[in-house]
Write a protein that binds this ligand. Structure first.
Ligand code: PLP
Length: 393
């Protein structure tokens, strides 16, 4: 069958692919440790689940407005005010089926064929593919470990053209866990305003910051920067609600309206019951966020020293999110593998540990390990990785 050119140019999500392969091995009875997952391993807090059940029992099971229930928009506006002091109007908010869907709507609403979107690499796997699906051109800036995987204005100057329409920032970053400071963001924001570039600020890991590091939203710099920014966020990572599929965008009302139009002809509203759950998540007690954050912090501080001491590996210590992103090229070569992706495949085959090769994030010398699993699993996985390296080196 002759498929559309648009789908021929995109690659399937490498994170979902490795998770699927690990799942297959598990189903065959193997004891697989999965470090591929991009989701917290905690249950959704009970009061959120209760709110969803109450909503369902009360008959809130019908269509809602496409961009979300007014009460949910109020709850999101309340969260944005509480956490960053922002003022948003309901017309500036759209709720979608997860942050991923909201990003998809954004690029569909924003890009004309040939419009360019600057994406720092390593990047979250879906950014370039979503830009391409909308007819846009992803323009990547490859960052380095030495600069802690962050871009600077000099880098932007090298790639900006008259077609540049947007810049995507992920902070705390998936996959590196790096967080941009206020000062770093100020110079990037000034550049974007001067070149009339929309800043897409993906803040989905906002609540997961460790060891005294702080999250700062680029839109907090000034009202002018806020007007040039669309914030992307949701409850997947903060409230361990990946399966409920709720994310939102906050930004310019013309853009939000266009995104709503696209949603109105594709998905309509996100699940009504999930919306009620999210109202509870944002308006209810926030303690569970801190409990989960502390668990992630403990895991990071336990496994990071062990990982970074492995021979031939370098790893910048993450400040947030729940991933480690080591450069394993030297080690993988010493083990006799031509490509890091071959090392990853052999590790899964021989030791039954699933990690994600860095190629899908735009950095083929690296791998991504998620620590969204128990400390016991993490320690076990490191034992197996050590064993694997000793065997091959
Ligand atoms: N943005 C980043 C950087 C992510 O890592 C993810 C999920 O892995 C998302 C967005 C999408 O989250 P969701 O669609 O579950 O809200």
């Amino acid at each position: 069958m002759q498929l559309a050119k648009r789908v021929e140019s995109i690659t399937p999500s490498s994170t979902l692919a490795i998770t699927a392969k690990a799942g297959e091995l598990k189903a065959q009875g193997y004891d697989v440790i999965g470090l591929g997952a991009g989701q917290p391993d905690f249950n959704t807090p009970k009061f959120i689940i209760d709110a969803a059940m109450e909503a369902a029992n009360a008959g809130h099971t019908k269509y809602t407005p496409t961009a979300g229930l007014p009460e949910l928009k109020e709850a999101i506006i309340g969260k944005l005010k509480r956490d960053q002091g922002f003022n948003y109007d309901k017309s500036q908010i759209i709720v979608g089926n997860g942050a991923k869907h909201v990003l998809y709507l954004l690029f569909q609403a924003l890009l004309n064929p040939g419009d360019e979107v600057i994406i720092p690499a390593p990047y979250w796997v879906s950014y370039p593919e979503q830009v391409k699906l909308a007819g846009g051109v992803p323009v990547t800036i490859t960052t380095t470990e030495e600069k802690h995987f962050k871009i600077r204005v000099e880098d932007l100057e090298q790639v900006v053209t008259s077609r540049t329409k947007a810049l995507i920032l992920s902070s705390p970053s998936n996959p590196t866990g790096m967080i941009y400071s206020k000062e770093e963001l100020e110079s990037i924001a000034a550049f974007c305003i001067a070149h009339d570039i929309l800043i897409v600020s993906d803040e989905i890991y906002e609540k997961l910051v460790y060891n005294g590091n702080v999250f700062y939203s680029i839109a907090q710099i000034s009202e002018e920067v806020q007007a040039h920014t669309v914030i992307i966020n949701g409850v997947s990572k903060s409230h361990s609600m990946t399966g409920w599929r709720i994310g939102y965008a906050a930004g310019d009302q013309v853009l939000i309206k266009a995104m709503t139009n696209v949603a109105s002809h594709s998905t309509s509203n996100p699940a009504s019951v999930s919306q009620y759950a999210t109202i509870a998540a944002y308006n209810g007690p926030q303690e569970s966020i801190e409990t989960m954050r502390q668990a992630f912090e403990k895991r990071l501080n336990t496994i990071f020293p062990r990982l970074s001491e492995l021979p031939g590996i370098t790893c910048v210590k993450p400040q947030g999110a729940f991933y480690l992103f080591p450069n394993i090229r030297k080690m993988s070569e010493s083990c006799g593998f031509a490509h890091v992706s071959d090392w990853v495949t052999a590790l899964l085959d021989e030791e039954k540990v699933a990690v994600v090769p860095g190629a899908g994030f735009g950095m083929p010398d690296f791998i991504r390990l998620s620590y969204a699993t128990s400390l016991e699993n993490l320690e076990n996985a490191l034992d197996r990785i050590e064993h694997f390296i000793q065997k091959h080196i």
